[in-house]
Write a protein that binds this ligand. Structure first.
Ligand code: ADP
Length: 514
């Protein structure tokens, strides 16, 4: 019997003993966890695979860049793989667990300094452990006129982890990687790289000019395993004098075509400046309602039940959330344009704070669109119950016909195995992130199997139709990497070999290994 709950692939217990002893010397006893009880938070996922598949051998908590440099030295010496996490709240994508059984989780939550917030140039420089709530509080306590952009489970997640995994938010700065500027990265060799202007020793432009000189490197440290990001610059939005969130409801599923056709020109021209959300009826309902209140039969929730639920609760088949930002005068001009566009439709119900002020679904969206913290989206987990969730996230053109096709494909495949279509579209600029939450009961083996099979089938069918996922959970990384073709994969591998010849950093992340 091993004294470890798991061992890294290809590493013997005696070798691992030595690595652990060295980690303890660097970090102290309290920051090196190996017992089953201590590792429980690092092995639990919401995915449709057994938690044992993602069981780490240890979790270690670095406190500084120097700690990390020493840790990668030990990992190279003993060929021990480490999986870095920042706040580890990647729920529905893998949570705090490593990509593969036996990897050591490198938890960076102790590195939680807000190094700088610059209110003149509107940026922040943060470490991995900084949470959105922490940054939000820092800004409010100092009365700085700045707004954050955060993802839906905002308060507990953090800007660095979210941005390096290319997550999105809901303000005009919602495409988070686009609004990041300058990184510090510890490489597998122990070197510390500062990207862009950060290469100039006395530079004060690291957080204001993205490109630096020569090849732009920041991108290769996102959704990758080429380095451990230890600092990230993010741009913050100047707080606008006025803000007008609104909701437009449509009654029928096929209305998605009209919605997207109406929004696209407004969005591309930036009349609507933020990442608009078009949320489906169940997503909307889950803020306050459980599935069992309306349906106890087997199979996918029938359309007529959903229609009844929507009608009784004032929910649309689609619910569009967007906002206008600026001075009251600017907002008035743009509001008239928005009303004229949507007003052409007989079906659109245009609602504002006046009508929906207390509605919890509206409050949740309005908060997100101004970068305020909440955890309302966790309501989704109560819809069916049982703690299973995997995000299926194909990219689509912002064209009505495409979104309808994707929605119908997902709904049909989920329906075959009795799961519901719980989806939303987030309008980027010319693209939409189609986000489908595959919800299932993780304590029911039949539902786990169904969820896995649905995900796999969606991946296959969407790829065959030319659609790719922009991000995926740790159970499907190889399959998504495969869908992007052999040339991309081979280039990723060549870069990996050059930067991390022993393959110690997060092997398997995005399907990349040496
Ligand atoms: P959040 O809690 O914001 O969702 P996580 O900390 O869970 O973010 O990070 C999401 C994923 O991003 C991790 O699983 C890991 O693959 C990658 N990641 C997180 N932090 C780093 C980092 N500092 N350096 C490199 N990759 C990271």
């Amino acid at each position: 019997m091993s004294k470890y709950v798991a061992l890294p692939k290809g590493v013997s217990e005696t070798t691992f003993d030595k690595a652990i002893a060295e980690f303890r010397k660097i970090l102290g006893e309290a920051n090196v966890l190996t017992s089953g009880a201590q590792l429980a938070p690092y092995s639990k996922t919401m995915l449709a695979v057994p938690d044992g598949d993602k069981q780490p051998s240890a979790a270690i908590m670095a406190g500084s860049v120097e700690d990390i440099q020493k840790i990668v030295g030990v990992c190279n010496k003993y060929k021990v793989p480490i999986w870095p996490i920042s706040t580890g709240k990647n729920l529905g994508y893998g949570s705090a667990a490593p990509g593969e059984r036996g990897q050591v989780v490198l938890d960076l939550k102790r590195m939680n300094r807000i190094i700088e917030v610059n209110a003149d140039l509107c940026y922040a420089l943060v470490e991995p452990g900084v949470t959105y709530q922490q940054l939000h509080d820092y800004i409010r306590e100092r009365n700085l006129p700045l707004w954050l952009s955060c993802p839906a489970p905002s308060a507990i997640a953090g800007p660095l982890g979210n941005t390096v995994d290319r997550g999105v938010g809901y303000t005009p700065y919602g495409e988070h990687f686009l609004f990041s500027c300058g990184m510090e990265v510890v490489l597998a060799t122990g070197e510390v790289l500062r990207t862009g202007m950060g290469g100039i020793p006395k530079s004060n432009t690291w957080q204001v000019f993205k490109w630096g000189y020569g090849p732009y490197l920041d991108g290769i440290f996102t959704q990758s395993n080429y380095g451990i990001v230890t600092k990230l610059g993010i741009w913050l939005m100047p707080a606008p004098p006025a803000f007008k969130p609104f909701c437009i409801r449509y009654p029928d599923e096929t209305d998605i075509v009209e919605i997207v056709e109406t929004i696209r020109p407004l969005r591309i021209a930036m009349i609507i400046p933020n990442a608009v959300v078009i949320s489906s009826a169940i997503w909307e309902a889950a803020a306050t309602i459980r599935r069992s209140q309306y349906y106890s039969g087997t199979g996918q929730i029938p359309d007529e039940v959903l229609r009844d639920l929507a009608k009784k609760n004032g929910i649309g088949a689609w619910n569009v959330y967007a906002a206008l930002y600026g001075s009251p005068e600017q907002i008035e001009v743009n509001w008239n344009i928005v009303k004229a566009f949507f007003g052409k439709s007989k079906k659109a119900e245009i609602l504002t704070e006046k009508e929906l002020g207390d509605n919890p679904a509206f409050r949740y969206r309005a908060d997100l669109m101004r970068g305020d913290m909440n955890l309302q989206e966790f309501g989704l987990y109560n819809w069916r119950g049982g703690g299973g969730s995997m995000w299926f996230a194909p990219v689509s053109q912002a064209m009505g016909s495409e979104t309808l096709k994707q929605m119908q494909m997902a709904k049909r495949i989920l329906g075959k195995r009795g799961l519901d279509y719980v989806g939303e579209f987030i309008v980027g600029w010319r693209d939409m992130h189609h986000i489908v939450d595959v919800l299932f009961d993780k304590s029911d083996p039949a539902e786990v199997k169904a969820a896995y099979a649905c995900f796999e089938e969606m991946l296959k069918e969407f790829t065959a139709e030319g659609y790719g996922n922009y991000r995926v959970n740790t159970a499907f990384m190889d399959k998504v990497a495969e869908s992007y073709g052999p040339v991309q994969r081979s280039v990723f591998r060549k870069i990996k070999k050059a930067l991390d010849p022993n393959g110690i950093l997060a092997p398997g992340k995005s399907g990349i290994r040496i």
